[in-house]
Design a protein around this ligand. Structure first.
Ligand SMILES: [Zn+2]
Length: 340
């Protein structure tokens, strides 16, 4: 009888992911440092910039007094060789397929880096591992990797400036690829230098706060990334009058809050996070955008307080009492919807 009593309780105690019928996401910390898992303070695993402030290695408005954005999490080494170089293994955070390896360290601010696409994860986010000293021999684009598989060695390679030996670290990102039309945007911008990284250029990869995701996942406040995206705090909700169906929503249909009507769309209502991430997409019909000019962008909601706190990204600016797209929102819309 004890058994049946237990089985009465089990469903109540079971976490939501069992109900969803989906396998639990395999999520692995990307370095061998166990400090985070042990609940130790951030200085035991986050690498600070020259400022010495560990918070400068976190994701977000972490630098230059909150005015400079850092799109990743910088993790420090725990192992060094006789010359003091970091030798920590770098591990794939989730199962996936290697999509990009840049072995010419001088050609990117990321230095030598790897991008993995997590095709089995919902939505199929990428993870990125930068400043590597070496990639495990034999690993190449197209290879499937398991969660926790060693893919590289931590280092301090960087195309822009040098990272001193004592600040070697892994720059780690989880995020979304904005567009498959990146090259046309890049050419339009006339940067004056070649795009050496194709779709895996950092400007086309938009990160989330990976540490926050790990923490919420471990605490079972979210069951995976679909949940995580859905609970992101909104800074602005914008409506855009366009018939374009961006490849972003085709690649990440999990971000759609309603199905795309068979007759096509007349616009989108997009929820934007403090870092400019377009994390929820609602298709609009022609009735929803009556009175809009083609490609017009209007704000349907702005969290003024959240906007004030976000000092390193320009999402919305007030002009004559009206919100207009800020620089970073404009860039995102150029990339994702082709508004140029
Ligand atoms: Zn970094």
């Amino acid at each position: 009888m004890k058994r049946s009593r237990l089985s009465w309780w089990l469903p109540i105690l079971a976490p939501a992911w069992l109900w969803a019928g989906e396998p639990r996401l395999e999520l692995v910390w990307p370095t061998p440092n166990t400090a985070y898992a042990e609940g130790k303070p951030i200085e035991t695993y986050v690498q600070a910039t020259a400022s010495g402030d560990p918070a400068s290695g976190l994701f977000g408005c972490a630098r230059s007094g909150g005015h400079q954005f850092h799109e990743g999490l910088d993790l420090k080494p725990i192992k060094r060789d006789a010359r003091g170089e970091s030798i920590d293994d770098i591990l794939a955070a989730m199962p996936g397929v290697v999509r990009h390896i840049n072995n010419r360290a001088g050609e990117s601010n990321y230095g030598r880096y790897i991008v993995i696409e997590h095709a089995e994860v919902q939505p199929p986010v990428y993870s990125l591992y930068a400043h590597l000293s070496a990639v495990v021999p034999g690993i190449k684009a197209g290879d499937a990797v398991k969660a926790g598989q060693v893919i590289a060695t931590m280092g301090r390679t960087s195309g822009g400036g040098t990272i001193p030996r004592d600040r070697a670290h892994l720059h780690f990102e989880i995020g979304l690829m904005l567009t498959r039309q990146f090259q046309s945007w890049y050419a339009w911008k006339k940067f004056g230098s070649r795009n050496e990284q194709g779709l895996y250029n950092g400007m086309n990869l938009m990160g989330i706060d990976a540490l926050d995701f790990f923490t919420q996942f471990r605490a079972r406040r979210v069951t995976g990334l679909v949940d995580y995206f859905a609970q992101l705090p909104l800074v602005a909700r914008v409506r855009v009058a366009t018939k374009v169906v961006p490849d972003l929503v085709q690649r990440y249909p999990q971000l759609l809050t309603a199905e795309i009507p068979l007759g096509g769309v007349a616009g989108w209502e997009i929820k934007v996070s403090a870092t400019g991430l377009p994390y929820a997409w609602k298709p609009l019909s022609s009735v929803d955008v009556i009175g809009y000019r083609a490609d017009e962008v209007r704000f349907s909601e702005v969290d003024a307080e959240a906007l004030r706190r976000c000092r390193c990204k320009s999402i919305a600016v007030l002009k004559r009492g009206q919100y207009q797209p800020g620089r970073d929102l404009e860039t995102m819309l150029q990339l994702v919807l082709g508004l140029r």
